[in-house]
Design a protein around this ligand. Structure first.
Ligand SMILES: Cc1ncc(COP(=O)(O)O)c(C=O)c1O
Length: 393
């Protein structure tokens, strides 16, 4: 049996896989099992922030693996403490971290913090969490319910209570009541279609919540780790949330989720935990990724890469206004609204045939999440392939 046959026989069919098997990569370049080359404008859905097979990360991980990989959270682990320090310092916020293994799990941790925080007065139980329609917060039972997409609430009930959906930032104020434990938002909705929130509205919401002492959770699973130019999108929006969740790009390909919070005294020993969270391996990956990207931020290379990518995307968009209606996004989280969903699917398939990987978001957005280390040559080669993809429509 070949890999496709083995996968089909033994792996549950929860993904509609494209018929390609990648075997190696370097930065934003990938190779499949037939030796065909691709340019990766997806970074594995925003994960491989420092590129495929990053030399600094792989060297550090190999060294770590040869020393110690795991011992549990019952003991101090230098890489975890250092990863927390680097993450907090990169953010500039006065926060502490909890380490989990994925974005959904980080959001679960955030929800536990605000639910316990909401119990503080005893009499009025604050349990409601307001999230936005078209949001995406994960696939666990709780984070599926936190996700403001009704189509994701089929089959799996009963769900945890207390999630309320707002139609946009504007509607949140009218939904706040004595039982509101928190508001949870993405500053740029990713899966929902690369939809940035309005900065002034977000700042007004953050101020209102501070006045009412209601914590704001910003889900930065996709926007975090320099994706939009700053370490967090919250910094770019000029707000200080009580909780920020990170995952995806922060581990550079190693599964990590992080809850960062100013609410340092809500959880006590035993309230929350994880067997794997922040072990030597994943925490070492976080240390290396943050070191690499914060250095790129300081040197200006991060901004240069983002400018080069956006210039190429703008040029491509200007040339194909018959197919695309708008360029959207911030930094290296960007997209092109496509006139119809059918064309969008064809572009993605043609692009893969032409040797460039792109993503879909929402109903009609062609999404780009390139590695933050992508080179000029890779950008040029990727857009050349994308030209062939659209001319083959
Ligand atoms: C904003 C956001 N939150 C949460 C998640 C869930 O992350 P994970 O798949 O690592 O559980 C995602 C994944 O796409 C996401 O984009």
């Amino acid at each position: 049996m070949n890999i496709k046959e083995i996968d089909t026989k033994y792996v549950l069919p929860t993904y509609a896989r494209a018929d390609v098997e990648f075997v190696s990569g370097k930065n934003a370049t990938l190779f499949d099992s037939s030796g065909k080359k691709y340019i990766d404008f997806t970074s594995g859905i925003g994960v491989v922030s420092v590129g495929h097979a990053n030399e600094q990360v792989s060297k550090a991980l190999c060294k770590q693996l040869s020393q110690i990989t795991h011992i549990s959270n019952l003991y101090y682990m230098a890489p975890q403490a250092l990863a927390a320090q680097k993450v907090v310092q990169a953010s500039g916020y006065d926060m502490q971290c909890f380490f989990a293994n994925s974005g959904a799990e980080a959001n679960e941790g955030a929800i536990k913090i605000v639910r316990k925080h909401g119990e503080r007065d005893g009499e009025i139980k604050r349990y409601k969490i307001i999230t936005l329609n078209h949001s995406f917060h994960g696939r666990t039972i709780t984070t599926v319910k936190a996700t403001g997409q009704e189509s994701m609430h089929n089959y799996f009930g009963p769900f945890p209570d207390g999630f309320v959906y707002a139609d946009g930032i504007d509607e949140i104020a009218s939904l706040l009541d004595d039982h509101t434990a928190a508001v949870m938002i993405e500053l740029i909705q990713g899966e929902g279609g690369v939809e940035p929130q309005d900065k002034a509205k977000v700042q007004a919401l953050a101020k209102l919540l501070k006045d009412k002492e209601i914590p704001l959770i910003v889900d930065e699973v996709q926007t975090g780790c320099y994706r939009v130019g700053e370490f967090t999108a919250s910094q770019a929006y000029g707000i200080t949330p009580e909780i920020i969740t990170l995952a995806k790009g922060i581990g550079g390909g190693v599964p990590v989720g992080i809850v960062m919070t100013t609410l340092k005294h809500v959880l006590s020993a035993g309230d929350h935990g994880s067997t794997f969270g922040g072990n030597y391996l994943s925490a070492r990956a976080v240390c290396e990724v943050v070191d690499i990207l914060s250095q790129m931020k300081q040197s200006g290379d991060l901004e240069i890469g983002s400018l080069m990518f956006n210039q190429a995307l703008e040029k491509f968009y200007e040339k194909h206004k018959d197919i695309f209606t708008q360029k959207v996004g911030i930094g290296m989280m960007c997209g092109l609204r496509t006139k119809d969903a059918k064309t969008l699917n064809s572009i993605i398939n043609n692009a893969r045939d032409a040797g460039v990987m792109v993503l879909k978001a929402g109903r009609n957005t062609l999404r780009f999440l390139p590695p933050l280390t992508i080179t000029k040559e890779e950008i040029d080669e990727g857009f050349q392939a994308l030209e062939s993809a659209v001319s083959a429509l």
